[in-house]
Each structure stands twice: as C-alpha cells, then as structure tokens.
Design a protein around this ligand. Structure first.
Ligand SMILES: CC(=O)N[C@H]1[C@@H](OP(=O)(O)OP(=O)(O)OC[C@H]2O[C@@H](n3ccc(=O)[nH]c3=O)[C@H](O)[C@@H]2O)O[C@H](CO)[C@@H](O)[C@@H]1O
Ligand SMILES: C=C(OP(=O)(O)O)C(=O)O
Length: 425
C-alpha cells in the first residue's frame, strides 16, 4: 500500500490553482448518460472516484477518455442499465446512475452503493423520490431494480435536504412528463452546477441553490461541452493547511462565495484572508484562536466535509473549541489518530471538545476516510518531526495527487510506493 511521508514544520507559501469539484463532476458524468452522443467535460479532477465512474460508464458501453483535465465521453454507444455490484460498492456516487439510467432506458439495475465508512448513509430518500415519479422499485439484499414506462412529474418533499437525493430526482425528472417540484431541496453549489449542465443539454430546471427546485420535463437532451466548478472542499483544505503551518498562500480558480461559512469560521480562529473574485489570499502568523462552536449542517452552513481539517487547526489553538457534527454519525474517526500526534480532543455524542496544544508531533497514522486523511496530512505538515499517513487510497478519492499540490507550496511531502514485503502476499 502507498503511504505519504511528511516532514512537518514548513510554512506553506506560494500560489495554487484549485482543481475541479469531485462532487460536481460525479453527478454530471452520470447525467451525461441522459443524452446519447459525445460530451466534453473540462476542469475534471483526476481522482480515484472519477476513474471508478469512468469504469462504470465504460461497462455500460460508453467510450471515455481522460486527458489532462478533459473527459471526452461518447454515451451514444451505451447498451446496458446494469451497474455491477463490485463497482457499486467502490463509492457512494455510483448511486447517481440510478436517476439517469432510469430516465434513459426506463429501467435500472443497481445495488447499495459503497463509499467511506462515515455513517449509515441510507438511500431511502432517493428511492422515495423515484417512486413518487412513478418508478416501480424492487429491492432484494443484493439488487435494486427500478422500472417505469413513463416517469411523471409530481411534488416531492424531502424529509431532509439530501444532496444525492436532490440530484437523482432532478436528473430523473428532467426527462419525465410534466412538472416536478422538489421542496426542502439541498442547496449545495454542486447542485447548481448540475442544473447548469442539464439546462445546457436542453433541460428546463430552475431554483437550484434554493430549497425549491422546479423541473419541467423535456422529451430529449443533447450532448454539450461543459466546465466543472472549482472544488470548494479542496480549497478549504488548502486554506486550513496554510493557516495550520502559519504560512501565506494564494488560492486561484476558487469561488469564494461557495466558502462563506468556512471563511467566517477561519476568521474567527484569527486566520487572515483577503478575498477577490476568484482568488483568496490566506495567512496566519501566530497561534490560532479557539472557536467556541462550529456546527456542521447542510449548505450554506459549515460543511461536514471540512470538519476534520478545521479540527486540526483548532488542536493548535489557544483555548477550548467545540465542533458539532450533525450530518454523519461516524465522522470523528480522525480523532484517535490526531490524539496519537499529541492533540487533546474529547468526544461526547456528536460534539468534539478540542483543547488546543502548543504543538503536534509526527506519528504513523491511518486515513480512515477521505477527509480524515486530508486532516492527517495537514496535521503532519504542521507537526514537529515525521508523519507517515497510511491507507491513502481514501485521500486519492478526492484530491488530485495531494502531495504534488502541497509540494508546490513548499511542503516536504512524498508518496512512497508499497514495499515488496507488503505486496508479496
Ligand atoms: C458525491 C457527493 O456529493 N457527496 C457529498 C454528499 O453526499 P450525500 O449525497 O451522500 O449526502 P446526503 O446529503 O445525501 O446525506 C446527508 C445525510 O442524509 C442521510 N440520508 C441521505 C440520503 C437518504 O436517502 N437517506 C438519508 O438518511 C445520510 O445518511 C446523511 O446522514 O453530501 C454530503 C453532505 O454534504 C457530503 O458529505 C458528501 O461529500
Ligand atoms: C463524503 C464524501 O464523499 P462521498 O459522498 O463521495 O463519499 C466527501 O467528499 O467527503
């Protein structure tokens, strides 16, 4: 297994361009199935999850090529609506195929999606939404089969503003007969990006970014060229890494409006930031301040996907901070690893009580999930001594060669290949 070796203690400095958003690119790749033909997607990050999605699309019969940050995808050749179980299990985003395949073929055969172990992550809201559009759903322990001769628009009220359910329903409804309105929809920027992509293909959708999305079904969609938005979570990760190492970094190709709650939280921690149209300059010269309370919640509130990374900054703050996680019940797995690096964190139910320490110390730690892994990398950059991060395939799901990105900012970080003794059995 590959590992990251980090010599900590170097302040990050310089400028970096932020890559495209995983959470926008994945549903958009799935949505491309709804318009047979050649699509060109730009600003796509080269991530493990993107490669898994391409593998699924190829398995369905599409032709796909990833060159630099551009994917050329021919979905006209697709012949199958069955996503094999072993591919479904590799990531949560495999579930995005459900709405598009149902809309295109009138039938889809999937199974429970996999992904990081951060909570139960049910898909009941996806299924309820598709059922409301008229799909017949048959669930067995190993398969979920949805079928509909004709999807029909309707009003759908989500019990919780689920990002994935909002997106799956939007995609299926785009080719349904009549009007669908999603109430209590998720408002994440990636949903607006999906709306923009679907509309560019000829869909008629308004409201993404608010809690009410209206989709007027159209008969067909056309393939297009489209550019994915920048990744706000990668941007947030770099902001925290710069602050935790007391560095000074300029982020380019970002949308600061997507990071309002994060910028607010970091400013409360004493981090200096200057915001332009598509750049953010960040610096932190002294010890961060403790922040009384940060609560993760659906957008536009503070994102769960940056909880672990910001917690690292607060482990170094002057005083006691509290972070409350309200989205995923299993998203504190980084805490044990950070404690091994000298952090002082106590968990009580879904709150973490973080007593700042003057410094962290390098250790061998394990990435238990994507953002926990990113947090451990930041901790390693800020720590005294050497940190080895293991199980980094989790990090590769969401960061395009994280070690290259951070090396450009002066970090001493390198990826080491598996040693032969580890691969021989
Ligand atoms: C590819 C992608 O965009 N992933 C993001 C998406 O995941 P994802 O779309 O899976 O997140 P959701 O918003 O659906 O999930 C939020 C909460 O709702 C629950 N839930 C969800 C669906 C459902 O049918 N039933 C149900 O109970 C989940 O268990 C979780 O507790 O939003 C999350 C919350 O911002 C982010 O952390 C993920 O990075
Ligand atoms: C939880 C995440 O992603 P996914 O929904 O793809 O598992 C994430 O990006 O932090």
């Amino acid at each position: 297994m590959e590992k990251l070796f980090i010599e900590g203690g170097r302040p990050l400095s310089g400028a970096i361009s932020i890559h495209g958003a995983k959470n926008a690119a994945l549903p958009i790749l799935a949505a491309s199935m709804m318009a047979g033909g050649v699509h060109t997607l730009r600003n796509v990050p080269d991530l493990l999850d993107i490669r898994t999605m391409l593998q699924i699309l190829k398995g369905l019969g599409c032709e796909a090529e990833l060159e630099g940050d551009t994917i050329t995808l021919n979905t006209a050749t697709a012949v199958s609506f069955h996503v094999p179980e072993e591919l479904m299990r590799q990531m949560r985003s495999s579930i995005f195929l459900m709405g598009p395949l149902l809309a295109r073929f009138g039938c889809v055969h999937v199974s429970q999606p996999g992904g990081c172990a951060i909570g139960e992550r049910k898909i009941d809201l996806h299924l309820k939404g598709l059922s409301a559009l008229g799909a017949q759903i048959e669930e067995t322990p190993n398969a979920i089969i949805c079928a509909a001769d004709q999807l029909r628009g309707t009003d759908i009220v989500l019990d919780f503003p689920s990002v994935g359910a909002t997106e799956n329903i939007m995609m299926a409804a785009a080719l349904a007969e009549g009007v669908t309105t999603i109430f209590n929809a998720a408002r994440e920027p990636e949903i607006q990006d999906l709306q923009n992509y679907l509309n560019a293909m000829g869909a008629d959708i308004i409201g993404a970014g608010t809690d009410t999305i209206t989709i007027r079904g159209v008969r067909e969609l056309q393939p297009v060229e489209y550019s994915i938005i920048p990744d706000r979570i990668v941007a947030g990760t770099v902001l925290v890494a710069a602050a935790a190492t007391r560095g000074s970094v300029t982020l380019e190709n970002v949308n600061p409006a997507h990071l309002t709650s994060v910028i607010h939280a970091l400013k409360r921690a004493g981090v200096q930031m200057t915001v332009g149209d598509d750049i953010i300059q960040v610096s932190c010269s002294g010890r961060p301040r403790a922040v009384e309370r940060i609560v993760t919640s659906p957008y536009p509130a503070f994102p769960t996907d940056l909880q672990a990374q910001v917690m690292v900054l607060l482990t170094l703050a002057d005083g006691m901070s509290i972070m409350k996680e309200t989205i995923f019940e299993g998203r504190f797995k980084h805490v044990d690893e950070l404690s091994r690096m000298g952090a002082d964190i106590r968990i009580d139910l879904n709150s973490a009580f973080i007593r700042g320490v003057p410094r962290l110390y390098g250790a061998t730690v394990e990435a238990t999930d994507l953002r926990a892994g990113a947090a451990l990398v930041i901790a390693g950059l800020a720590a005294h001594g050497t940190t080895i991060v293991e199980q980094i395939h989790h990090i590769d799901r969401g960061y395009d060669r994280i070690e290259l990105m951070l090396s450009k900012l002066g970090a001493n970080i390198r990826r080491m290949a598996a040693v032969p003794s580890e691969t021989s059995n």
